[in-house]
Write a protein that binds this ligand. Sequence first.
Ligand SMILES: Nc1ncnc2c1ncn2[C@@H]1O[C@H](COP(=O)(O)OP(=O)(O)OP(=O)(O)O)[C@@H](O)[C@H]1O
Ligand SMILES: [Mg+2]
Length: 224
Amino acid sequence: MSVQVRHLAKVFKHAGGDVQLFRDLSFDVPAGGSVALVGPSGSGKTTLLRLIAALERPDAGSIVVNGQDVVALSGEDARRFRRQNIGFVYQEHRLLPQLTALENVLLPTLAEKTTRNAGEYRDDARRLLAAVGMSQRETFFPDEMSGGECQRVALARALILRPTLLLADEPTGQLDAARVEQLLALFQQINRTEGVTILMATHSRQAMTFMKEHVVLRQDDGGK
Ligand SMILES: Nc1ncnc2c1ncn2[C@@H]1O[C@H](COP(=O)(O)OP(=O)(O)OP(=O)(O)O)[C@@H](O)[C@H]1O
Ligand SMILES: [Mg+2]
């Protein structure tokens, strides 16, 4: 799934002073591409991922995902676009505390009206938990898991509806070096074998080496 960003600008109006992000940002991600999105804290990485997911609207410019004008989407159309295309791994894992790891992974499937049945989703969820090394934690609740474990469950949840575009916000932030390597390898594998396009916001140089390209956001002037 390709992503095309053109002349993007975002302003947050704020009583304490407006925040102007990337005044004129343009870049392309080809279908099957993988991009590390880098830049200092506050440069707009999270905001850019939210814009691409139609969770936020830009003040100028366009975002086209697989031929679809994302900026024009709102309400139920935006939700459907996300459900059908996008997996999102948040900077904080955002698992629901009252659900187990397995139930959290299955959560996005509850709103789905598809031909796949609950048993198939359950098998998929188990496979994904195994892929992120969390088979032993299926019945654990978020407050019974470490931050890095929760982050890995969140990745499994982001993949359960088989997205073609994976947006990941600093997914390796809470992991130790060995786990970072493992998770990055998993991202790479998802990208290469399943053709999932990946955009990953990251501060990690190591993460950059696993992605095919990188886009740099600057604090003051935006740009590429
Ligand atoms: N809803 C909002 N209202 C006002 N300002 C906001 C809002 N959301 C984000 N900002 C501002 O936009 C800037 C970019 O925020 P963003 O979260 O996108 O940065 P980031 O690059 O992801 O940073 P980090 O590396 O720390 O996660 C920040 O300076 C922040 O204060
Ligand atoms: Mg951020």
